[in-house]
Design a protein around this ligand. Structure first.
Ligand code: ARG
Length: 459
């Protein structure tokens, strides 16, 4: 039989496959609370403007609350024939309150309805992400505080570069995740305008008050162009773009945890709660959660690319293609949230191994730059010459199978006669990191300043 919402024009109902490809209720039921909030704001506004009676608005309000509680308790009869959440809610409202339900859709279309619902959902998700990112940042700061002066190797090309501090390394991620927070905050601020009242696309001849519905739903105001209001999915794309960058950051930390927890590195020990065993190899402690976080970027980035691709080349205004926006965002958001929870748990629980960090920091000629800097400062060598002399000393040490601090003064002077005993002071890793007091540098004194600044900022 023909659809009750638009059946007037149709003699027959849709083909079963038509119904299957068309229906979004399987996933957009996640917008139920937002849909009902939007309808309540719309109905209240229609009454305030004298477009429907107060009595009808009251019936609609009561009925929507009943629908909401049915959905919350799981007794709501979702129907694929009713296509999406908007029509499911409205049809059920009609069953509950009768005729007034038919007045709710005055001066509204599913085009502005879905736009407002989805915006509200993504906006809520930005808030959830913000809370989760704050918790992750706090876990990292906890690690940084504990190991502000633990020395570890800093890497470039995954080759030992210069000694750094554990605290400094943790705080590097704090900077990244803080930028992610501000990206989500930016996106939230830009998306916080209401499409409701754009109707199908052109606006409406009813004397509606879009400012009132915008305010009721916590928006900063209505979107100024009704065509744009029903066409725009930038807000979802910004969420996915910010999610992609954030997931990329998480994948880098996750990868470091995988490397650091290996038997070859032993920089960190993951807690039992965040390790898995092997069914055959009894000795194993596998970092599965870190690996999965590392992999989550795949689907999150995929969602971003998928929605970009859906939207590209779409003529204004609404096209049904846009129904494909929601699953991408839901999947990306769910996996992002799961990754936050797992990473925060792992970071909070892991124990860095300061002894192993220090041994690693001292190997691989990590203080070669300190030596070159010493030659510049104490002997007045141009940096390029100092670099060359140091390179020869590294080659000498490598040939002898020792690290730089293990060379004798005689050995050292065989390369450059003016070098004195005092050079040994800069060859130790503790002195190396302590000396790097430039703003943002790795010296424990600097790192403690960075920690204090972030703690104050976070309150
Ligand atoms: N389920 C639709 C979506 O998610 C709602 C909007 C439908 N509008 C329309 N004109 N068919 O996009």
């Amino acid at each position: 039989t023909a659809n009750t919402m638009w059946g007037g024009r149709f003699a027959a109902g849709p083909d079963a496959i038509m119904e299957a490809i068309n229906a979004s209720i399987g996933f957009d039921q996640r917008l139920a609370a937002q849909d009902i909030a939007g309808s309540r704001a719309h109905a209240a506004m229609l009454a305030a403007q004298g477009i429907i009676t107060d009595k009808d608005a009251e019936a609609i309000r009561e009925g929507l609350l009943t629908v909401l509680s049915e959905i919350e308790t799981g007794e709501f009869p979702f129907s694929t024939a009713l296509e999406d959440i908007h029509m499911n809610v409205e049809a059920r409202l009609k069953e509950i309150v009768g005729e007034p339900a038919g007045r709710l859709h005055t001066a509204r279309s599913r085009n502005d309805q879905v736009a407002v619902d989805f915006r509200l959902w993504v906006r809520d998700q930005c808030d959830a992400v913000d809370t989760a990112l704050k918790a992750l940042i706090e876990a990292l700061i906890g690690q940084a505080e504990q190991g502000a002066d633990w020395v570890m190797p800093g890497f470039t090309h995954l080759q030992t570069a210069q000694p750094v501090t554990w605290g400094h390394h943790m705080m590097a991620y704090v900077e990244m995740f803080a930028r992610d927070r501000s990206r989500f905050a930016d996106a939230r601020r830009r998306m916080n305008l209401s499409p409701l009242g754009a109707a199908a696309l052109a606006g409406t001849s009813f004397l509606i008050d879009r400012h009132a519905t915008a305010e009721a739903l916590g928006f900063d105001g209505p979107m100024p162009n009704s065509l744009d209001a029903v066409s725009d999915r930038d807000f979802a794309l910004e969420f996915l773009a910010a999610s992609s960058i954030c997931a990329m950051h998480m994948s880098r930390l996750a990868e470091e945890l995988v490397i650091w927890s290996s038997a070859q590195f032993r920089f960190v020990k993951m807690s039992d709660r965040w390790s898995t065993g092997s069914s055959i190899m009894p000795q194993k402690r596998n970092p599965d959660a870190a690996e999965l976080i590392r992999a989550k970027i795949g689907r999150i980035f995929g969602a971003n690319v998928a929605l970009m691709t859906v939207m590209k080349g779409l003529p204004l205004t609404y096209s049904k293609d846009m129904q494909e926006d929601k699953e991408q965002v839901f999947d990306a958001a769910d996996n992002l949230m799961l990754a936050f929870a797992a990473l925060t748990g792992m970071v909070g629980d892991m124990s860095a191994q300061p002894e192993n960090l220090k041994i690693a920091a001292a190997s691989g000629f990590s203080t070669a730059t300190d030596l070159a800097d010493w030659l510049v400062r104490e002997l007045g060598l141009p940096f390029r010459d100092a670099h060359h002399v140091t390179g020869s000393l590294v080659a000498l040490a490598e040939g002898k199978g020792v690290d730089l601090p293990d060379l004798s003064l005689d050995d050292i002077q065989s390369v450059h006669a003016e070098i004195t005993e005092a050079v040994f002071e800069v060859l130790g890793v503790e002195n190396s990191v302590a000396s790097r007091t430039s703003f943002g540098g790795t010296a424990p004194s600097e790192v403690r300043k960075q920690i204090a600044a972030w703690k104050e900022h976070l309150g």
